[in-house]
Design a protein around this ligand. Structure first.
Ligand code: PNS
Length: 165
């Protein structure tokens, strides 16, 4: 049986940093289920359906039956069990991510010891790329084109009523 990982997140929206983790995750896992979950600490810009569509469009060139895009309204570990996934995949950027990721991984382990959290270090190119910082920069006209897939760039401009630049 192949190994499956859940790659969970808000993906509001998906960035090139996420795509990099998915590509590299596929070296370790036979299947990755990219799953949009609620993060109660965050207010979202895109609806779940919009985020699913952006993920689909951004991943269409690397998808080969080995990537699934899903959303779930409950606990991450419950979804992992439901989907027979052995692991949760997360990307880790700078040290600033560590506390949050460590807490989350330990909480998930407390909730279910059968599901392992696996971290990949974010590629150096994407170390400062986050959905939140991109949303902040783009609404003030910052050039974030190189940080997101082209389809996401276009949708971000629409959301913030920015003219073509
Ligand atoms: O991209 P994010 O916002 O850092 O992802 C966080 C996310 C959505 C993976 C996390 O909030 C989550 O797992 N939410 C689902 C609810 C849950 O299982 N919480 C317990 C883990 S602490």
């Amino acid at each position: 049986m192949g190994k499956t990982a859940i790659y969970p997140g808000s993906f509001d929206p998906v960035t090139n940093g996420h795509i990099d983790i998915i590509k590299r995750g596929l070296i370790l896992f036979d299947k990755i289920i990219v799953t949009i979950l609620e993060n109660p600490a965050k207010k979202s810009l895109f609806t779940i359906n919009e985020r699913i569509e952006l993920l689909k469009a951004s991943l269409k060139d690397i998808e080969n039956g080995n990537i699934e895009i899903a959303s779930y309204g409950g606990l991450l570990v419950d979804y992992a069990v439901k989907r027979d996934a052995q692991a949760i995949l997360r990307g880790m950027r700078a040290v600033s991510d560590f506390d949050y990721e460590f807490q989350m991984a330990l909480m998930n382990r407390k909730l279910n010891r059968e599901v392992q959290t696996v971290f990949l270090m974010t590629g150096l190119r994407w170390i400062f790329t986050s959905s939140s910082i991109i949303k902040e920069a783009v609404q003030f006209g910052g050039d974030i084109k190189s940080m997101v897939p082209p389809v996401v760039y276009e949708e971000l401009k629409k959301k913030y009523n920015l003219s073509n630049r």
